[in-house]
Design a protein around this ligand. Structure first.
Ligand SMILES: O[C@H]1[C@H](O)[C@@H](O)[C@H](O)[C@@H](O)[C@H]1O
Length: 446
């Protein structure tokens, strides 16, 4: 949960999508490694001990490396640690000029002002009833007040914040409910059911295509934008999952001995088994190019400073709860309504995910975290007609010039010009590349 927030807070707007999505590259790379370790230890007696034990290695490395990780400049400025924030900004952006660092500090200070006020209000309310069993009623009341008056309550009461929560949690829900992890967890089983031999080898192939496509997504997410990418890849997911459902209508499910006979070459697998493999790969590649990344990126950027932690917490909890629900029900569903029926159900959920994205997600690419918030504050959301976002705050690199790579220094300089210049005068305001700010339904590429 902390990582998307941390990465979003330390990245310039132009590369934020890519930097947050690099987290997913590491997750999916880790999954491939886990498959390989498991394949190695599968034939070993009590190999599961090694499988679990190896999981501790990256955790220890991460623990050791985290000691050298600075706090994000936003966090430092929220706690008035200006000198440390200056040092961190320099560390993260060694090419920035003195003036540019100062401008970034001032912009973040302006942004965290509201959050600091909320911090003070929360502190004033806290320290209430000491935890003792005899006073459990007071304690419960205190806890309820905290929820109502604290960050959670503010997140729920405010209409704009509710919308950001809906978008972040909704995308995380669809990321899991479309059934991707059933393919990750049960791909060997599914492949075995289809009558193909070598289920583990094919399963590694699925994990590998997830990993490689996630790397490709890094290049697309800031160029194409989250919304455009999602709307296209959800169609790929819908197609892949429907094809998988269709292929399973014709696959005669095999019992274990029949699978062994097929593997020994006594009876070949049905050609539909190969269609199923193809379908799984289409689904996985589309997932990894789109919602596998975008859900994390979007949740890291839609909340304001005050609500970022609680909002990300809720969205992450939705992700894991939906994951638990889907993966723990897969085998039961497959025996109740057949695998074909289960995959058909997941494809209907992909369709619902497409409608949700089209209806609720505005384009956030290239906008500073501040501007993303402004975008949600505009009444019209994705389908109105009000103007594009206001000029960047100057604190973050706020342009999104497709295909153009610039140094931080240039970005900062442009940021200042843009703050002074009216929007129409901005040199790079390519119509085609404008985020779908308030103009989505008419303007979006689909
Ligand atoms: O974004 C990640 C990633 O795509 C993983 O492959 C998947 O297993 C996770 O559940 C998901 O949250």
């Amino acid at each position: 949960m902390t990582l998307p927030i941390y990465l979003a807070e330390i990245s310039p707007a132009k590369f934020r999508g890519r930097i947050v999505a690099s987290l997913v590259v590491l997750i999916t790379g880790g999954q491939v490694l886990a498959y390989i370790v498991d394949a190695i230890f599968f034939p070993v007696t009590k190999g599961w001990r090694w499988m679990f034990g190896f999981g501790a290695v990256p955790a220890v490395v991460q623990l050791l490396l985290s000691f050298s990780l600075p706090e994000s400049p936003r966090f430092q400025l929220r706690h008035d640690r200006v000198a440390s924030a200056r040092k961190t900004i320099r560390l993260l952006n060694p090419t920035l000029s003195h003036g540019a660092v100062q401008r970034r500090i001032e912009s973040i200070q302006a942004e965290v002002q509201g959050a600091k006020e909320s911090d003070r209000a929360d502190e004033a309310r806290e320290g209430g009833v000491p935890l003792s069993l005899a006073k459990w009623k007071d304690w419960l009341q205190d806890w309820r007040n905290d929820i109502q008056e604290g960050r959670l309550g503010r997140l729920w009461r405010d209409r704009v914040s509710r919308r950001t929560l809906l978008v972040a949690a909704g995308l995380q829900f669809f990321q899991q409910a479309t059934g991707f992890n059933t393919l990750m967890y049960y791909s060997a089983k599914i492949i075995q059911l289809s009558g193909l031999g070598q289920p583990v080898a094919f399963a590694i192939f699925v994990a590998l295509s997830n990993f490689l496509s996630t790397i490709v997504a890094l290049r697309l997410i800031d160029r194409m934008g989250r919304r455009a990418l999602l709307l296209r890849t959800l169609i790929g997911m819908l197609f892949g999952m429907s094809l998988l459902a269709f292929s399973f209508v014709f696959i005669h499910l095999r019992a274990d001995d029949a699978v062994q006979a097929a593997a020994a070459g006594q009876s070949g697998p049905s050609p539909w088994a190969f269609v199923a493999i193809l379908a799984m790969n289409i689904f996985c590649i589309s997932f990894a190019l789109g919602i596998g990344n975008c859900a994390w990126v979007v949740q890291s950027e839609v909340f304001n400073q005050d609500q970022r932690a609680v909002g990300n917490g809720i969205a992450t909890a939705v992700n894991w709860s939906a994951n638990l629900l889907i993966s723990s029900t897969f085998l039961h569903l497959a025996s109740a309504i057949t695998p074909a029926g289960t995959f058909a159900l997941y494809s209907v959920i992909s369709l619902a995910g497409w409608i949700f994205t089209w209806r609720y997600l505005p384009e956030t690419k290239g906008l500073s975290l501040d501007e993303v918030r402004e975008l949600f504050e505009r009444e019209v959301g994705v389908h109105g007609t009000t103007a594009a976002p206001s000029a960047p705050t100057g604190g973050e690199a706020s342009y999104h010039v497709v295909g153009e790579e610039t140094s931080e220094e240039e970005e900062e300089e442009r940021g200042t010009e843009a703050t002074a210049a009216p929007k129409e005068n901005r040199p790079e305001s390519h119509e085609a590349d404008k985020p779908i700010a308030g103009g989505g339904r008419d303007a979006h590429p689909d």
